[in-house]
Design a protein around this ligand. Structure first.
Ligand SMILES: [Zn+2]
Length: 279
């Protein structure tokens, strides 16, 4: 796997989108060196030139936004993880994916640790009142976590995001406890045919690799006010899904499922054409 990563990084002489309030890191390998590589255990220099955006700078909600853009125009997919800080699989899958990522067209925006302080403390939120996934679309003119939610939505709308994927985890399987959403793909509206199509596409791809029926995914309809996906769809007509794994499974298995979800979605939008890591 490390060899493949290295090969991909050296191939990546990329152009990155420039947005408002960007922190610019130019030079050989500088951008990629800022990505924390949990799984590789090594920092690889590369020829990649990158730009990252810092939102809520110099506040306790400061976090990074990473833009990956191909020279050829195409859809823009936004991938959120770490909205809940104790749901580790999506955060780690996003980081691994960013190491390997080489888009053929379009743009992918990652916010891997949306609620960074909660991620550092490995808690769902810093307090019960600060559940980020109930506070969207937030408020840019406010401060604190409302500002964070507002900044995430600003990134989404300013970049005219085509699709939003929000990665989460739950403490139990949905089929064991319908109040928990482990191993589901959550849609906020059943009247949106594109969401049904993408949900079914992801289910088909993911479940074809799962032999244990307990771990298979299902699509459910569950509108949650204040969630990123509900508000993106209702306020901005941006199709969105929430992806949930069950924390009863091993972390490595959950990370792999989140990785497969990201990869499958980007294949659906033809942003990538082949698997990044040989399984
Ligand atoms: Zn969550």
């Amino acid at each position: 796997m490390k060899m493949l990563i290295l090969k991909e990084l050296f191939k990546n002489k990329r152009h990155f989108l420039i947005g408002r309030k960007l922190k610019i890191f130019l030079g050989i390998g500088i951008g990629i060196l800022y990505l924390p590589f949990i799984f590789s255990g090594n920092l690889y220099a590369s020829e990649m030139t990158s730009i990252q955006e810092v939102i809520c700078e110099e506040t306790e909600y400061q976090t990074n936004v990473y833009y990956f853009s191909a020279e050829d125009e195409g859809p823009t997919v936004m991938i959120l993880s770490g909205v809940h800080g104790n749901e580790l699989a999506g955060i780690e899958a996003s980081r691994i994916f960013m190491e390997n990522f080489h888009p053929d067209k379009g743009t992918v925006i990652f916010i891997p640790e949306a609620n960074k302080r909660a991620c550092e403390k490995r808690v769902r939120s810093l307090s019960p009142e600060e559940d980020l996934n109930r506070l969207f679309p937030g408020d840019l003119s406010s401060d604190g976590i409302q500002k964070l939610a507002g900044e995430i939505f600003r990134v989404m709308t300013e970049n005219k995001v085509t699709f939003l994927l929000d990665l989460h985890e739950s403490v139990n399987y949905y089929h064991e406890d319908p109040n928990r959403y482990g191993q589901t793909i959550i849609l906020d509206d059943n009247a949106y045919s594109l969401l049904q199509e993408i949900g079914n596409y992801l289910i088909h791809r993911l479940n074809s690799n799962i032999s244990d029926q307990n771990k298979s995914f299902e699509v459910i309809i569950k509108p949650i006010h204040g969630s990123s996906t509900y508000e993106a769809l209702k306020l901005h007509d941006i199709p969105s899904i929430t992806f949930e794994t069950c924390m009863k499974m091993e972390l490595s298995e959950r990370v792999d499922l989140h990785y497969q979800c990201i990869e499958s979605l980007l294949k659906y939008y033809k942003i990538i054409s082949s698997s990044l890591i040989a399984k």
